[in-house]
Write a protein that binds this ligand. Sequence first.
Ligand code: DCP
Ligand code: MG
Length: 421
Amino acid sequence: MFGGKYRYKMRITHQSAAFFSFSDSVIRKYRPVLLKNCAEGRPVTYLFRIFVSVNTKSDLRRIIHIDMDAFFAGVEQRDHPELRGLPIAVGHDGPRGVVSTASYEARKFGVHSALPIATAKRRCPQLVIVDGRYEVYKNVSRQMHEIFHEYTDLIEPLSLDEAFLDVTENKPGIDLAVDIAREIKQKIRDRLQLTASAGVSYNKFLAKIASDQRKPDGLTVIHPSRAQDFIDTLRIEKFWGVGPKTAEQMHRLGIFTGADLRARSLPYLKERFGKAGTLLYGFARGEDRRPVVVEWERKSVSCERTFGHDISSGSELHEHLQELVADLIGRLRRSGFRGLTLTLKVKFHDFTQITRNHTVTTILPLDGDLLLSLAGKMLEEVDYATHPIRLLGLGVSNPPHDELQLHGDWIQLEFDFPPRP
Ligand code: DCP
Ligand code: MG
């Protein structure tokens, strides 16, 4: 499928992507250079920032996925001993508040991330709601990364509490990845008084699934010789990229497990799932050559919705905007990213597209009402009555570069809209 070359995808910004092809010999030649640059924390050139988790044979790689257990809640229980053993949820206790995460005690009652606080309280009346302290979580995340760097610089963070590590070559020269995973878990326990779950395998797909197998405080290895049996019995919902909607579509096609997926041909999957079809075809066979990408500074966080039909009703659009705001806040929390610019993206029925920006002087707070009112005002400037809308997107960009932008008072500025093209 990959011929003699590997194809890598690099995310440059949230919206744009570029593709590069490297031959084996190029990879062999530059890998040591890249590793050295990463180790020294030196900026590497545009092309070479890319990554580096590359071996000529993907099944030789050793990948670890680390995921903290009930991350925000775990930190709160650590810092407030009186909360230990209790069902707690991190989130804002207001009419529109949602649960960021729940302690494992609370999960037994069906309390989970993204659930409205009001529903969570109904499910678990004794639930303790704790306000989030995002600066603290960011700091803990930094400390986790310090531990990771003791083993490798090939680290790809997926969120504040989750990362892939490529330990094929590692600093202490430890043979078995499982030993490294055990050490990392122990260091997280000793230094941070928190627990993490780890998954170990020969690619990212399997390592991530492995870390989820025995949560909390789990350590799971998926060995190449056992991988196929494991994947065959894996429920389709567990596959990377298969969200509730795709899962439903899979079920309609009679695909419920990895074995069902493996029985379908590549053209069959490509036709129905596009590019994801190719990835899924590989996953079903335990193949995933995606490298561990060393991430540079994130520039934006965004989300978008394409509607089933074009919309020209203000109230309907407002409802969608409300969902987008909730989604965006969840993403901002998970990534720890903060910015000064809010962007509304609008794609009309005829596929023309515009964006509207609003920039403030102090980072946009994670306040649903406020973000909704800013986004709503930008939407009001759009002529959706005569140009029905097929897609709405909302994003935050422009990270702060000084203390004032980070901690100053939040001031509502005047809106300034460019005329519609
Ligand atoms: N988060 C959030 N909103 C969401 C999902 C997550 O604010 N909708 C935050 C809170 C979580 C953190 O991101 O603590 C990490 O998310 P995970 O999905 O890894 O969930 P947890 O670490 O809380 O639990 P688990 O033990 O299942 O990993
Ligand atoms: Mg987690």
